[in-house]
Ligand binder design. Structure first.
Ligand code: ADP
Length: 268
């Protein structure tokens, strides 16, 4: 028996070692791409200044590109820290009855800068209160990531033209009761997610369209963070996307229902 156990441990050890190595390789790759750009643009900028050949307009656009890539790196590092902190379990979840409708509304306020000047809006289609047992801030974080994605990927470029006032709906957030749980949905009208990618989008650093998502707003970690939080709260996160019709994506997650608000409960 002892020998079997030893073999078992070794294979587990090498599995973990492989995961660790893949992870380090992924992180390095994620940071190297924007870093290479920052370095390249800064060097060209410096050369132009030294030789007196660059104009302020050109300098400005180079600096803007540098800032964009620096922001990308900052987002990646922040999301990585967020995920690592979640996984280490060092900061325990503060689970109590909270209002999921309030969490969605707060997330939407925190996402306002994303929709500014973009003529898209996100609709809250929730009851006045939707009590769940959850950590309020983590719940806000899940909504925020899903809203961010809906705004980033869920709007078809040609979609705004036909809608009234030129303002198009990026996402609708709804909820419904389901057997002791509440299901929250964040539904968009975008191009959808191909069936083959559906399982993998929750993996770290996985992106459907590697080129389209190279911009500053993508770390490839958002959904991995959401999944971790939701599962820790005792729920499930998944997505449905009837891509054949191009009818968008609906991300859904469940959270345990809490008794309705009463005077004795604390609500965030
Ligand atoms: P990212 O930081 O790249 O947005 P996520 O983990 O949040 O990372 O998402 C992973 C990938 O899933 C995205 O890069 C995108 O390709 C795809 N995706 C996420 N949300 C949507 C959506 N609402 N519509 C279409 N594709 C999406």
């Amino acid at each position: 028996g002892g020998l079997v156990v030893v073999f078992h441990d070794i294979s587990e050890l090498s599995r973990l070692e492989r995961i660790r190595r893949d992870f380090v390789a992924n992180v390095s790759h994620e940071l190297r791409t924007p870093l290479t750009s920052v370095k390249g643009y800064a060097e060209t900028l410096l050369l132009g200044v030294e030789q007196g050949t660059s104009k302020p307009e050109g300098q400005k656009s180079f600096l803007e590109i540098i800032i964009k890539h620096a922001n990308h790196m900052a987002k990646t590092v922040n999301d990585l820290l967020s995920l690592t902190r979640l996984e280490s379990g060092k900061k325990p979840f503060d689970v109590k009855p909270v209002d999921g409708a309030k969490a969605a509304a707060q997330a939407l306020r925190e996402c306002e800068h994303l929709v500014e000047g973009k003529s898209v809006h996100v609709e809250l289609d929730l009851p006045d209160t939707q009590m769940v047992n959850a950590d309020f801030d983590r719940l806000v974080q899940v909504f925020r990531n899903l809203i961010e994605n809906a705004v980033k990927y869920g709007v078809k470029p040609d979609q705004c033209g036909g809608s009234h006032d030129g303002v198009c709906l990026a996402a609708r957030i709804w909820s419904r009761d389901d057997d002791g749980m509440v299901i929250f949905g964040v539904e968009d009208q975008g191009p959808g997610i191909p069936a083959g990618d559906m399982e993998r989008i929750f993996e770290r650093f996985y992106r459907v369209d590697k080129h389209r998502t190279k911009g500053a707003g993508s770390s490839g970690l958002g959904l991995a963070i959401c999944k971790h939080i939701v599962e820790k709260l005792g729920g499930r996160l998944w997505a449905e996307s009837p891509t054949a019709t191009g009818a968008g994506t609906c991300f859904m997650f469940t959270v345990p229902k809490a008794p309705a608000f009463s005077d004795t409960e604390t609500v965030e």
